[in-house]
Design a protein around this ligand. Structure first.
Ligand SMILES: *[C@@H]1O[C@H](CO)[C@@H](O)[C@H](O)[C@H]1NC(C)=O
Ligand SMILES: *[C@@H]1O[C@H](CO)[C@@H](O)[C@H](O)[C@H]1NC(C)=O
Ligand SMILES: *[C@@H]1O[C@H](CO)[C@@H](O)[C@H](O)[C@H]1NC(C)=O
Ligand SMILES: *[C@@H]1O[C@H](CO)[C@@H](O)[C@H](O)[C@H]1NC(C)=O
Ligand SMILES: *[C@@H]1O[C@H](CO)[C@@H](O)[C@H](O)[C@H]1NC(C)=O
Ligand SMILES: *[C@@H]1O[C@H](CO)[C@@H](O)[C@H](O)[C@H]1NC(C)=O
Ligand SMILES: *[C@@H]1O[C@H](CO)[C@@H](O)[C@H](O)[C@H]1NC(C)=O
Length: 780
């Protein structure tokens, strides 16, 4: 058993050369030395390729971070204990253990070492080389979404790019992984071969649902995007002086930070517009870029809303990453830098300058920390910072994830209290406004309480309706689920509003997994006494005759009868249908166990056992198709190996769509789509029995979900076919006479015991008859 012997020696002392008002107090973390003493460093010690240092924080797990410098350190407690430098096992045979790039993907750390990608699962303490990369790479990029349990969110953390920065774009090899970097595949960017310039990086901008490739050519750079509508143009070109490192600020807002020693730029919209960061003093902009201000960057830190820079001249600069162009202000000078120092945000408004300290006696390093409280520092009158004019900005939606499906809306509410009596302007920003058609409406209503005017904001978001004739590329892109963030922030916010952070919600514009479809079953075959509930529940099975079904769904007769086990738990009692009445199911939409509406839009049906003894009331011509409609045969042919049930919202093309160019060559084929604009119905052949249908809503604009289910119907009322016509006529006459008699008799009978017996006799008769009446039969 391991016994932790913790030697805690945290020393507090003032910064060396500190002035009267120290920016921060230096602390040294020195713990667990004796525990580490028994351990030897195994494998090759990793180091960072650049002369400067980096700190990569896990965006979702606040205490996990990687330090990269002359050594690498992986902490799981925010550097609250001494650490051995990180090494890579010798077994992986890395000749030069030089790290060029690192990224946390979910629960693993990815490192590019010696131009190859390695995976370190720090929880299991195991290393793996990733598979699928055949050419040298220098960088990896990815993002993390921190709402665990959401599948869209998990996809974000699983996606990783690997590439060689600086390589010629037209011929470079880019790799993509959706398995957290374990397996990569080659990625081809649209128009890649035509692009002139070198590769500055490639990123998956989840908030835009786009891949952005940074193209660098003659000290200018711009983004090329993968999907409509951004793929039609490039992002605006910006100065690319030196080789820029690119940081994606956490929170999926599309904030990017580009930096090198002499350059610092920020984009608020995933690279569509990139601006140099200005340097201010009070209200005045002193320099339009940091190169003009003669600043040399040593380390950059960012969180969702803040940016800080530690310079080589040992100054600390701070700014906010809001809706307005970013600018920095300079804090009072301090000698707070060592070559190994990095800057890191530990919380909103809390910065830390961190450097590792070697220990001559132990292999584990200690850490020197200097925490800076931004709000307190900004109080310094020398900085001429205006007081924050807002007292409160509050909303329950902050830091939550929501889903908007098609035709749904979302209401968010916020409260805002200004400090002065003036009415402030607030802004709502959606990070992905064009491709998903989010409409944000703010209704503001001010009321006064204790002399303060409070402002209540209702924000209404709607997945824009896009019926009618839109640009086909727009409508095809709107069919894809996307993500966006919605941010509520104050325009013209003073830099001193450190604690008044913007409110952000992550919106998944996609399938609402709570939605289900259910087939209305008001008249079931059990209530009508045609089927016996107890029999159905008791492992009931029935026979489908060989000349009525095709196991391959091609309409060819099978070679033997099929025994079908009735899944009562799934299907319940079948819906009752009379063979001679054209029929379509009543489809209901339910959400979170509550009825929403009857689905009127287009859907398709397929009998799951291959029964083909039914057709449709309309032909393609009668359905007024302008092009050849799809059918189950064409769909399953196109889907190849995906099985016969592949018809869904993604591959459905309406035959009424004017952009559908398939000519209408066979107008007499049955039209297999129900619902929507036509009155199409299912027509059954003369055959009594159970049909189990798969139903799929195919209208791409009804929901992002694949709304599918199975249900059963019992077709009744068909007379036995084997009976010759004369007998049939006799039976008909007899039945007529019988019904006249019954109409007179039944009202009296039903209330008596004999009435029940008559009903029971009918059921028994039905059960006993076999093939001739094509009734279902119980097998026990
Ligand atoms: C990682 O490598 C080990 C062997 O070192 C192997 O057993 C394991 O399957 C690998 N894991 C993955 C996910 O490839
Ligand atoms: C890049 O360098 C050019 C020329 O040296 C300079 O004019 C420009 O301001 C620089 N841009 C940035 C963003 O630093
Ligand atoms: C920038 O720094 C250099 C050298 O450190 C100095 O010569 C120059 O005057 C500085 N320029 C400005 C605008 O401060
Ligand atoms: C804002 O929403 C609340 C709650 O739904 C409602 O009572 C109020 O009338 C709304 N205000 C406006 C201006 O729409
Ligand atoms: C739609 O996209 C295709 C292929 O990307 C392109 O050829 C076509 O011009 C686009 N149509 C419109 C209307 O933008
Ligand atoms: C249900 O019936 C099938 C055959 O029809 C049989 O194999 C199975 O054991 C039965 N299950 C039960 C629980 O009776
Ligand atoms: C399906 O459609 C094709 C034409 O697209 C037609 O040739 C075929 O007969 C149709 N099949 C059925 C069963 O209607």
């Amino acid at each position: 058993m391991l016994v932790f012997v913790m030697v805690v020696a945290t020393t507090l002392r003032l910064c060396p050369l500190a002035r009267a008002q120290p920016l921060c107090r230096m602390q040294t973390v020195r713990t667990g030395k004796i525990f580490h003493d028994g351990q030897k460093i195994q494998g090759d010690l990793l180091y960072f390729s650049s002369a400067t240092t980096r700190l990569i924080k896990h965006p979702c797990k606040k205490n996990i971070a990687l330090y990269l410098g002359r050594q690498a350190f992986l902490t799981r407690d925010n550097f609250e204990s001494s650490l051995l430098p990180l090494s890579i096992p010798e077994a992986l045979q890395v000749s030069t253990p030089e790290v060029t790039s690192a990224h946390f993907a979910g629960s693993v750390l990815l490192l590019v070492v010696n131009q190859e990608v390695y995976i370190y699962d720090y929880e299991a303490n195991s290393w793996n080389a990733s598979k699928g990369i055949e050419h040298p790479v220098s960088h990896i990029s990815g993002d993390n979404c921190c709402y665990s349990g959401n599948s869209f969110c998990a996809d974000v953390s699983n996606s990783v790019f690997a590439y060689l920065r600086g390589d010629q774009i037209s011929q470079t090899n880019i790799y993509f992984s959706n398995t957290q970097g374990y397996v990569f595949q080659k990625y081809a960017h649209e128009r890649q071969a035509e692009l002139v310039g070198s590769l500055g990086g490639i990123f998956y901008f989840h908030s835009l649902s786009q891949v952005g490739l940074l193209l660098v050519n003659q000290q200018k750079a711009m983004f090329s995007y993968s999907d409509y509508p951004l793929n039609l143009n490039f992002g605006l070109p910006f100065d690319y002086n030196g080789t820029l490192d690119i940081l994606i600020a956490p929170g999926q807002k599309g904030i990017l930070i580009f930096w090198c020693e002499k350059s610092l730029l920020v984009s608020q919209n995933a690279g569509q517009l990139v601006n140099p960061v200005q340097v201010r003093e009070g209200q005045h902009v002193l320099y339009s870029s940091i190169s003009e201000a003669n600043i040399s960057v040593h380390s950059v830190a960012a969180n969702e809303n803040e940016l800080a820079v530690l310079t080589q001249e040992s100054y600390l600069y701070y700014g906010s990453l809001g809706i307005l162009p970013s600018s920095l202000i300079k804090f009072a000078g301090q000698n707070i830098r060592s070559e190994e120092a990095v800057l890191v945000f530990t919380d909103v408004g809390m910065l830390e300058i961190l450097s590792p300290l070697p220990d001559p006696l132990f292999p584990a390093f200690d850490f020197q920390k200097c925490p800076v409280n931004i709000q307190a520092t900004l109080m310094d009158p020398q900085l001429q910072v205006d007081v924050c004019k807002m007292e409160l900005l509050q909303g329950e939606f902050d830091n939550k994830m929501y889903t908007i499906d098609m035709n749904s809306k979302l209401e968010l509410r916020a409260l805002m209290i200004p400090r002065t009596g003036t009415s402030p302007v607030s802004l709502v920003m959606a990070s992905n406004p064009h491709s998903l058609g989010l409409q944000a409406l703010i209704y503001e209503d001010g009321y006064t309480l204790n002399g303060n005017t409070k402002h209540r904001l209702n924000i209404s978001l709607r997945q824009q309706h896009h019926g009618g004739r839109a640009d086909p590329n727009f409508t095809s892109s709107i069919k894809r689920p996307t993500m966006s963030t919605v941010t509520l922030d104050i325009a013209n916010k003073e830099i001193s509003c450190v604690d008044l952070k913007p409110l952000t919600a992550l919106i998944s514009v996609g399938c609402d997994l709570e939605k289900k479809i259910i087939i209305q079953n008001e008249i079931s075959a059990c209530y009508n006494g045609l089927l016996d509930l107890v029999t159905l529940q008791d492992n009931y099975s029935y026979v489908i005759e060989k000349d009525t079904y095709d196991p391959n769904f091609q309409g060819q007769k099978a070679t033997e009868d099929l025994v079908v086990h009735y899944q009562y738990e799934k299907l319940g009692c079948p819906v009752l249908v009379f063979y001679d009445t054209p029929w379509k199911p009543v489809v209901e939409l339910w959400r979170e166990g509550k009825f929403q509406e009857v689905v009127e839009t287009e859907y398709v049906l397929l009998e799951v056992n291959g029964l083909f003894t039914y057709t449709y009331s309309l032909t393609a011509a009668m359905a007024l198709c302008s092009s050849q409609p799809q059918n189950w045969t064409t769909i399953s042919k196109a889907a190849g190996g995906k099985g016969p049930f592949a018809w869904n919202r993604e591959n459905y093309v309406s035959c009424h769509n004017p952009d559908n160019s398939t000519p209408l060559r066979w107008p007499q084929v049955p039209y297999q789509i129900l619902g929507g604009p036509t009155e199409n119905k299912v027509v059954f052949e003369k055959r009594n029995g159970i049909y189990t249908f798969f139903i799929s809503i195919v209208d791409p604009y009804y929901s992002y979900c694949h709304l599918e289910t199975i249900f059963s119907v019992y077709v009744s009322g068909a007379y036995p076919e084997q009976i010759i016509p004369e007998v049939l006529i006799f039976i008909l006459i007899a039945a007529n006479l019988m019904s006249v008699w019954l109409a007179y008799k039944i009202p009296k009978l039903l209330h008596t015991e004999r009435g029940l017996k008559v009903k029971g006799f009918c059921i028994n008769l039905c059960r006993r008859c076999r093939k001739p009446c094509e009734c279902f039969r119980g097998r026990r």
